[in-house]
Ligand binder design. Structure first.
Ligand code: ZN
Length: 246
């Protein structure tokens, strides 16, 4: 069983298409929220995910775009972009976002998926081992996939001791059955770890045996996304950061 794990696509269709082209053969695609916001093509990205049959959860930007999440923690650039997104979203996109769950659990795969964290799926950022340790108490499956920080990372809990592996490109982490994991694939559409290539991950599961996560990167046409954003007059800083992955 192979699962492609994508998060924080942020309406960046060029980045999503590069990831889709780069995917190995997978059985299913999971998306960890923030499908829209910041980027220029929310309707196209949602239609593409629908075509792929992706299983998604709700992110803070997704909820804010349709008025069900209060954007109180948004900085001015994020707020300007979400106002544009709310106006641009077509009826299909709005219906899609409105139907997304905050938490998705698959008992057969022993897997939970959220955007932020299991104890606060919309807003909490899992940025370090202390926050991760507290969150291992908040889900009851072997694995929990999360996004929101835009940082590829794996937290492993061994009897409550949490250890971290940064998801550098081509890093592969074995997932032991006796441990539990919080796993973030990084961001497809707005990486923030200093690398501009789109980030995603592939999780391999093998019955009741150990599994693995592979952190992957693929380049995409950053200039194309940036020129669309400039035409739409999306905030300058949001355009620029895509060049640097910051
Ligand atoms: Zn995000």
């Amino acid at each position: 069983m192979r699962i492609a794990v994508l998060s924080d696509i942020h309406a960046n269709l060029a980045a999503l298409e590069s990831v889709v082209d780069d995917l190995p053969e997978v059985d299913t695609i999971w998306v960890l929220g923030d499908t829209v916001g910041y980027g220029p093509q929310p309707n196209e990205v949602i239609a593409r995910l629908q075509g792929l049959g992706a299983r998604s959860v709700l992110g803070n930007h997704d909820g804010a775009a349709i008025g069900i999440v209060n954007p109180r923690y948004f900085n001015p650039d994020a707020r300007a972009a979400i106002e544009w997104t709310a106006a641009a979203a077509d009826s299909n996109a709005r219906a899609y976002l409105a139907a997304l769950p905050e938490v998705r659990r698959d008992r057969e795969l022993d897997l939970t998926a959220v955007h932020g964290s299991p104890r606060d799926p919309i807003w909490e950022y899992i940025t370090g081992v202390d926050i991760a340790a507290a969150n291992f108490e908040a889900f009851d499956t072997w694995l929990c996939l999360f996004g929101h920080t835009h940082q590829p990372i794996a937290f492993r809990s061994t009897d409550g001791d949490v250890e971290v592996t940064v998801g550098l490109p081509d890093t592969r982490v074995v997932l032991e059955r006796d441990d539990r994991y919080l796993l973030n694939p990084g961001s497809v559409g707005q990486p923030r770890d200093g690398l501009r290539d789109a980030a995603y991950a592939v999780v391999e599961l093998d019955g009741s045996g150990p599994g693995a996560i592979e952190f992957r990167r693929i380049g995409y046409d950053v200039d194309h996304t940036q020129s669309l954003m400039r035409e739409l007059e999306l905030p300058y800083r949001l355009v620029e950061r895509l060049s640097y992955g910051r």
